[in-house]
Each structure stands twice: as C-alpha cells, then as structure tokens.
Ligand binder design. Sequence first.
Ligand code: F6R
Ligand code: MG
Ligand code: MG
Length: 367
Amino acid sequence: MAEKITLSVIKADVGGFVGHSSVHPALLARAASCMAQAKENGLLVDAHVTHVGDDINLVMTHRRGVDDDSIHKLSWDTFVSCTEEARRLKLYGAGQDLLADAFSGNVKGMGPGVAEMEFAERTSEPVIVFMADKTSPGAWNLPLYKIFADPFNTAGLVIDPRVHAGFRFEVLDLRDHKRIIFNCPEELYDMLVFIGAPGRYCIRTIWARESGMIAAASSTQRLSHIAGKYVGKDDPVLIVRCQSGLPAVGEVLEPFSRPHLVAGWMRGSHHGPLMPCSVEGATPSRFDGPPRVVGLGFQLAQGKLIGPQDFFADVAFDRARQLANEVADYLRSMGPFEPHRLPLEDMEYTTLPEVTKRLAGRFEDVK
Ligand code: F6R
Ligand code: MG
Ligand code: MG
C-alpha cells in the first residue's frame, strides 16, 4: 500500500493589517521562509502560505500523521516568528491567537485552529482547502450537509453508484465535549436536529460509507471556550477531498453560491452572510466584514501541493457576492437588534453584566 500522506491546515491571527482586515505581506513572507526551512530539513513534503482576512493559513503536507508534535511545534514557532514581525510593525492585535507562553506538544487548545487528515494518495487526489474569517466553526455545518447529504446539491448522491451509499458524519458537542457518529442518509433527520444549531454542534469529520475513505475534516477549536472569555474569533478551516467516489469539485463548491447566515462579523457578535471571495478579495472591511470564505484547490502529487486554484475568483460566484452585499444591507438596517445582533448569551463582546449591575436597583417587581 502507498505510504500515507498527511495534509495539515493550521491557522492563527497574530496581527492584523489594518485593524482586523488583512495580513501584512511581511508576515506572509516570514511564514513562507519558516515553511521553506522545514521543507529543506525534511520535516515537510510541501507547504503553501496564504491568508483570509487577518488569519495566516499554513497548508502543509508531511508523512508524520495527524496531531504530530513536530508539525504542531513548527506551526507554533512560525506564528511566534510572525508575531515578532507584527510587533515590530505595531500591527493590530499582535500575537492575538497565541494564548500560551510556551508550546506544550499540540497547538490544539493553545489558540491556533487545526484541520488535518491522513490518507493514501489516490491515482489523482484533488482537495479543496476552505478558510473563513469573521465567523466560527459551525459555519461549515450547512455547506457540509449540502455537499454530503443533499441530493439537490450533489447529483452524485443520486446518480453515481460509488457516492450513492452515503456518508458518515462525526458531530461534536462543543459544550459538553462529546461526539456522535450519524450514518446518512438514514439518520439525516436526527442529525439535523443537532447540526441546525451550529453554535453548539459542529461537523468535524466525514467518511464515505462505500470505501471508508476520509472525505472531510474541519477545525472545531473555539477560542472563547478555551480561554473562558472573549479572545478573538475562531475563524475556521476545512479540508475536503473530491472526485472518484466523493463529491465532485463543482458539487463541493456549489453550496457557497448561495451565501448562508453565520455568526461572527463585527465584534464576533452579529449574524451576516458568508461571502465567497478570492484570496485577493479576502479583506473584510464593511462593518469588519461581511464574513469571508476562500476556497483553494490543489492536486496532490506524492505530497506536493500542485496549485492553488483560487476557486471563488471565478465570475460564477459574482452573483453570490452581490447577494451577500444585498443581505448585508438588509441586516445592517437592523443595527443593534436581534437577529442581526446575536442573542445575549452568544455575543463575544457584551456590556450586559456591567449595565445590569448599574441598573439593578431600578428594576421593580411587576405584579
Ligand atoms: C471580529 C473582529 C473585529 C473586532 C473589532 C473590535 O472577529 O475581529 O470585528 O472585534 O474590530 O476590535 P477591538 O476590540 O480589538 O477594538
Ligand atoms: Mg484579528
Ligand atoms: Mg480572523
């Protein structure tokens, strides 16, 4: 059997340029040089450094499996090095997502977001890496449901014998730290009870039932859950393998043609449309948004990352961007009212305890 390859996507916001809108080229250059060194010394097979909004994304291939100490340490050290550069340029929120003083074996729980999968590279191995800014991990629930469970999105579920058997979904309960696996299509209705609440339940892994192949892996870290208070958003990443018994590239991209509402946007406290855009267009501006998603395609060749193909640069997604702008206009007109603003308990910034305390004496009992 072919030697397995691991695809690791690890991301962090270690300083924004300007505000929380983008990453300064000097940080991307610093990250690229760390990656080049790791390729030279044999730790990595290949790497691609990119960004969405204010998050640096390291797309790495290697032969060390998921949750590997040295790959996680390399990512941590890369973000620490980028932070030095961010401090020098006085970029905004330098070191924001590095929650610990020192690396402790795995970046999970330390701030950065991680999506990883290990597999035997197929004869041809197309993968798409999705990266979002100004939102949180539950943002992938709706598109993953459409890609792997909705026959109106994915024709292959109906007409491709290798896809017809359906998929297994691993769903995480982020509050009680539990997981459950659903076999779809027969358990679709049960699964939707949970994944329709993306603030608490997130799809982490998907496998094809026919072949057992891993098909998708997402990041599910929530910084606010890690730190117990607001420390920035948990802008998520997602890896999806495509074709030959899995959804086609176009089926994987299709859900993003209709921007869905996600939690995040300004101060991590508002609902907004997830706007698909190119890497170049991934600079959230209006009201610090709207939330963005970038989709980069690669062909793997003995672990080499052939690409990327910047899918949402395509004119076919112009209408999605236009719709996202219209939805943004509409929602913004609601100002501080729900459901544009998140419910009190989900907001990442709040003055509620302080205002409640100050006004406590003025609340009178009502008969
Ligand atoms: C949301 C985000 C921004 C900031 C906002 C205020 O994820 O990053 O919307 O929350 O710009 O930032 P501070 O509190 O740093 O002034
Ligand atoms: Mg930021
Ligand atoms: Mg961000």
